[in-house]
Design a protein around this ligand. Structure first.
Ligand SMILES: Nc1ncnc2c1ncn2[C@@H]1O[C@H](COP(=O)(O)OP(=O)(O)O)[C@@H](O)[C@H]1O
Ligand SMILES: [Mg+2]
Length: 247
């Protein structure tokens, strides 16, 4: 089982859009895939058109003697199941509270699923917290979408520093560019510079209206724009990621 967390300190960088599409593509490849929407905004849950759990859902999920399977729902796609977001702020606080002082709580929860899935994708909220620390410990790959702008590079450096400061395994951190606009000099310059850093996948996701349209169709891109450039970009990037992680 490979755990991939879509994370960035920053919001609005394409974590959810990417998580929704990578999980779909992994499932389509035949991998047994679980998508865990741990962001209380519940955008992944929205895109997959499943109902958020009520407050009891997440409480059950984190209390000691939980049967994790009870939180998992089917999607309309083969090989793809989901733990929907819990949209109550209170139960999110309870979860984060429980993770304080226990960096491996999430890792322990996921261990129960080790023989059930090939891939687990986690759609993370932005920011540093007890939750993000748990995510960094539980994930095999902390996959960061990065927009090639100055502020994004700053947050990228902050995450790298955070990994060092907390003595986390920096090799887990891998990145790709999103919302790229090659007409902008700044995007070209920043990408050229950061590609020298071995943490970046070569394939990237341009800013494309077909990605934005996910909100209208509430489906992964391939389901409504199979032959689009956006679908090709996600597919090529997923292939590159997969080749990097599956032995
Ligand atoms: N490649 C893209 N091209 C155009 N719009 C995008 C792209 N990726 C994401 N978006 C849009 O940008 C916004 C933020 O994306 P989202 O995936 O929700 O980011 P995050 O989860 O990091 O907050 C959404 O409105 C989404 O539709
Ligand atoms: Mg999101």
């Amino acid at each position: 089982m490979i755990v991939i967390a879509l994370y960035n300190l920053k919001g609005g960088v394409g974590k959810t859009a990417s998580c929704v599409n990578f999980a779909y593509l992994a499932a389509k490849d035949g991998y047994k895939t679980l998508l865990w929407d741990i962001d209380p905004q519940g955008s992944t849950t929205f895109y997959y058109n499943v109902k958020p759990k009520n407050a009891m859902g997440i409480k059950k999920l984190i209390s000691k003697d939980v049967v994790l399977e009870s939180a998992i729902l089917a999607t309309e796609y083969d090989n793809l199941e989901i733990i929907p977001a819990d949209n109550s702020a209170k139960s999110f606080d309870i979860m984060v509270e429980e993770m304080k002082g226990n960096k491996t709580r999430l890792k322990g929860i996921l261990k129960q699923l080790e023989n059930e899935y090939d891939f687990v994708f986690i759609d993370c909220p932005p920011g540093f917290s007890a939750l993000s620390e748990n995510i960094f410990a539980a994930a095999d790959i902390v996959l960061m979408p990065i927009i090639p702008t100055t502020l994004s590079i700053r947050t990228y450096d902050m995450v790298k520093d955070y990994f060092k400061e907390k003595d986390l395994d920096g090799s887990k951190m891998m990145c790709f560019f999103t919302l790229v606009d090659l007409r902008k000099n700044m995007h070209n310059e920043i990408m050229e510079k950061l590609y020298k850093d071995k943490k970046f996948f070569q394939n990237y996701i341009p800013a494309l209206s077909d990605v934005e349209r996910m909100g209208i169709y509430r489906k992964p891109i391939e389901e409504y724009a199979r032959s689009s450039y956006a679908a090709k970009c996600y597919s090529d990037l997923w292939t590159e990621i997969k080749e990097g992680v599956v032995e």
